[in-house]
Design a protein around this ligand. Structure first.
Ligand code: PEP
Ligand code: MG
Length: 591
């Protein structure tokens, strides 16, 4: 048995076995607190400005060194550069210096504290992430003020990198080929460190409790990026087991990558299109690398969330046009803003709602904030001239609502025409089916749109009445619940009767236990996170439509979700044992 096992959140799959190396431990910057005289204030402001510009310069230099295949880093650096210009942080710090006559280090601490008070009131993963970025940037400026900025040590052998936190500037300057894996104390599922680990394709665990207290430099550790575990000073038996697992995973990865650009066709000739879900423009490279046949869901809200100001029409137009051009002739489905509920945004302020998930989110938000919607629609219509863009509206719940949205969309086209701007009036228009009301009237909705995409993440939430972010009821989050499966089947059949294509873009599309059932229902396409595409394609290519249909019949005949889970797990375990070692699933027999 290992001396100790600690755990965190797995953010990038894989196994690494090696020596621990701490890049940094908890930032313990001691900030002096000084009260200044009026005559010192001007110099203090200058001192702060110099520190900010020195950090900005350092970031700019790092940006120039970013290799082309690591463009994700650039987006992160850009967001850190924006924090340097943030009025609410350093603007506020400057005001504190002037109004309260305090030194710059203390003023920054106070400004961060104010922001934390506001942000901590919002229980949201994105906001937590942003707060972490703000702290990182603030710490950098304070280090310059104190003259304690650290230079990165040279690493002479391959190590597992450990850190309290990793800033993008740190990772870019590191010798990446010397790092087998990394773990941090800070960070959550969507943290930048995770994005970087996935883009570098190295295993990573973040949010590790006890990381800094339990491990010393040079300790032998095993990092398990599947389960989010770190084994400190493992036993012989553990070393052998994890070494085997590592070889199996490497072999599996190279195997699935070899076939990922082939079509997802069953052994009896049924083909389903496999598209990618992306949140950031930068992910386009992994869509192409992993065999995505297009983009089935571009969650556009993230490029709003990443900025300090609302993007203007030209910025959005350029982003959408570039994305479409890179992917051409493959399709790119741009989903209009799905802000609200768990995707609260600092740009719009906090909206007081008792039940945000049932409130002003998705299309309802856009209907209220027409100017934001107008800007986005104009950008999409103009980028549509590339020829492969489709538009998709989220959270549609009724026919009247859909008609209102379409009326507005046509009105925008009239505006563009009058202004003499080039746009594509024939962009395919689709909707997401993610509330039960829309399921029940799918036949009516299908007559008014070109395609459906079923958003099961929300459909499960709304049909079973469980908050998808609430861990207390997560045991009820059951994709194979008969009600969920009937909803999906109903929508697929209604769409097909009306002659339109039906896609599915929720997490079920990346779940090896669910995909054969969706195949059996004859969905036209699935859309999933790029990382999962090779594995899912491989399952489809080994399956037959006949067995998918048989499985579907058995599942639809089952009246109890635990029975359904059992049937599916038996089938998948016996048919695709290899895949299951390396996949996580929503279908849990224990639930
Ligand atoms: C969904 O609800 O299934 C979906 C794909 O949309 P999101 O996860 O962005 O709400
Ligand atoms: Mg949704």
């Amino acid at each position: 048995m290992a001396r100790k096992v600690i755990g965190g959140i797995p953010v990038s799959s894989g196994i690494a076995i090696g020596k621990a190396f701490f890049l940094n431990r908890r930032r313990g910057l001691v900030r002096p607190r000084l009260v200044l005289s009026s005559s010192e204030l001007k110099d203090e402001l200058k001192r702060l400005e110099l520190a900010i510009s020195s950090v900005a310069q350092e970031m700019e230099e790092v940006r120039k060194k970013i290799p082309a295949d690591l463009k994700e880093h650039e987006a992160i650096l850009n967001s850190h550069l924006m924090i340097l210009k943030d009025e609410k942080l350093f603007g506020q710090a400057k005001r504190f210096i002037q109004e309260q006559q305090i030194n710059a280090e203390w003023a920054i601490e106070k400004a961060v504290f104010e922001l934390e008070k506001i942000f901590n009131a919002l229980d949201n993963e994105y906001i937590r992430q942003r707060l972490q970025d703000i702290n990182l940037v603030a710490d950098k400026v304070v280090s310059v003020l104190l003259g304690t900025q650290k230079t990165l040590p040279k690493i002479s052998q391959r190590v597992i990198l450990l850190a309290h936190d990793l800033a993008p500037t740190d990772t870019v300057l590191l010798e990446v080929d010397k790092i087998m894996a990394f773990a941090t104390t800070m960070g959550g599922k969507t943290s930048h460190a995770g994005i970087m680990a996935r883009s570098l394709q190295i295993p990573a665990v973040v949010g590790v409790e006890g990381l800094e207290e339990s491990i010393q430099d040079g300790d032998l550790i095993i990092l398990d990026g599947f389960e989010g575990k770190i084994l400190i000073e493992p036993s012989e038996e553990e070393l052998t087991r994890y070494t085997d697992l590592r070889y199996q995973f490497e072999a599996y990865q190279s195997l699935i990558m070899r076939y990922c650009h082939l079509p997802a066709e069953t052994i009896d000739g049924y083909q389903v299109k496999v598209f990618a879900n992306i949140e950031l423009f930068e992910e386009v490279t992994s869509v192409i690398d992993k065999g995505g046949e297009g983009i089935g869901l571009y969650r556009t809200e993230y490029s709003f969330l990443n900025r300090n100001q609302l993007p203007d029409e030209d910025q959005l137009f350029e982003e959408y046009r570039d994305l479409a051009s890179i992917m051409y002739p493959c399709q790119v489905v741009i989903r209009t803003l799905d802000i609200g509920s768990d995707k609260v945004d600092h740009l719009f302020g906090q909206i007081e709602e008792a039940n945000p998930a049932l409130g002003l989110r998705g299309i309802r938000f856009c209907q209220k904030y027409k100017n934001i919607f107008r800007t986005q629609l104009r950008a999409i219509l103009r980028a549509g001239i590339v020829g492969n863009i489709s538009i998709m509206f989220p959270m549609i719940s009724g026919l009247h609502e859909l008609r209102e949205v379409k009326k507005f969309y046509l009105q925008i086209q009239e505006e563009l025409k009058k202004e003499g701007l080039d746009f594509n009036p024939n962009i395919p228009v689709g909707i997401m089916i993610e509330v039960p009301g829309a399921v029940l009237i799918a036949d009516l909705l299908a007559k008014e749109v070109d395609f459906f995409s079923i958003g099961t993440n929300d459909l499960i939430q709304y049909s079973l009445g469980i908050d998808r972010t609430n861990k207390h009821v997560s045991y009820l989050y059951q994709p194979l619940h008969p009600a969920v499966l009937r909803c999906i089947k109903h929508v697929v059949d209604a769409g097909h009767r009306a002659g339109i294509e039906v896609s599915l873009c929720g997490e079920m599309a990346a779940d090896p236990f669910c995909v054969p059932i969706l195949m059996g229902m004859e969905v036209d396409s699935i859309s999933l996170t790029p990382q999962a595409i090779p594995g899912i394609k491989r399952i489809i290519r080994q399956a037959s439509m006949q067995e998918c249909k048989k499985l579907l019949r058995e599942i639809l005949a089952s009246d109890d979700v635990s029975k359904s889970n059992h049937i599916v797990r038996e089938m998948i375990f016996s048919r695709f044992p290899e895949e299951l070692t390396f996949f996580t699933s929503l279908v849990d027999e224990e639930k």
